[in-house]
Ligand binder design. Sequence first.
Ligand code: PA5
Length: 444
Amino acid sequence: MNSIFFSYDNSLISSEELVHTAEKLLEEIKCMNNAVALQYEDDRASINLPDDKQALKKIKMLVEEKKELKPSYLIVVGIGGSNLGTMAVQEAILGKLYNQLNPNIKVLYADTVDSDLIDDIIKIIEPILKKGENVIINGVSKSGRTNETIANFEILVELLKKYKKEYEKYVVVTSDKNSKFWNFALENRFDVLEIPKKIGGRYSVFSSVSLFPLGLIGIKIDQLLEGAHNMKSKCLSDNLLENPAAVSATLIYLHRKKGKNIHDLFLFGNDLESVGKWYRQLMGESIGKEFNKGKKRVFEGITPTVSIGSVDLHSMAQMYLGGPYDKFTTFINVKQNNSDMIVPDISEYSKLVEVIQGRRLKELMDAIMEGMKTAFKKGKRPFTEIILQDKSEYSIGQLLQFKMMEMMYLGFLLEVNPFDQPNVEDYKVETRKILESKKIVSSS
Ligand code: PA5
């Protein structure tokens, strides 16, 4: 079943040029298909995550076990690839205002080491613990060495210790097997979930990294994976024009070669903002490279930007329609909302704005998007369009898989390694050196 529609009628690239360039991908499509047989031994291994029944079984068992504790909060402690996917799926499916809607299990994200963020989390969690309620802490770090994650994890586990005798029951660590974090978790009798070696953070959304926290808060992870699996088959096709990841990657690549080195993901859906941030990391880390695969210094990259419709039309439309021709846009729209809000049909209000009375908000949103697309066409601004049938687990699973495979193909075309992030490691090493060279200023 397909619940995603991808259109590239307005890409401003001729079909001859598209097909001619996409043919280069046939070699990589072969490698991708081979990677399916190699399971977790190839860099492209993340494409196999949706089919890992054994991992899913283990995750589901742990989800059920932790649900028995009836937690009122889940705190995901992780950063970058270790929490962006979770946040993207949670918000897309359950909404940005999820916590305020009084769900059984609320979720908080402890990502950066902003003292005020962690203090606020403690202000929320401590009274919960004082009341005798339960909180699950899920520490997620592939390397097990990320300063932010480990610092926040330690603070939050210490808080848990104050209120829970058997605090270890409430902690789950997700990491590389045998990382320091993993071993520490075992020593402390925390439950552990493994991230397969070849799965990098930005490709980990269908692994235990996201499936455990998402499962715990009630996301139908089977359906998420089913959507991903279905899209994987499409994106492995060597029938190039039927392969959305190959087509999309080729168009982004061709525009990059024509000087469009900004890619804007323009999402018409308030709850899709975190999908945008997830994609920003996916493109930023996969494509932004100092060296190409031939070890030549290239400073390759396409700057990913994220826009939310209709909000950002009130801040960025001027730039997008009047600014330089340096951008290629992908619009994402959702066909069917979860709700159906209507503007009151009361004549008194027509004194304000006359055309909106009695109309569905969705109709207004669609008209705004159509208006934007028409303006893009008139201005010869290239774009593609993805329409999601809805914001179900299945559709979101399809979308994320599409984008991850698109990025692998784009890396191939640009001749960079889409799986490493050497410069992210650089800053981590430098940070550690700075901390090692400085005395501890205060500890109480
Ligand atoms: O994609 C990446 O590799 C990074 O963004 C990492 O996910 C991020 O730095 C967190 O790393 P770790 O999971 O090792 O704590």
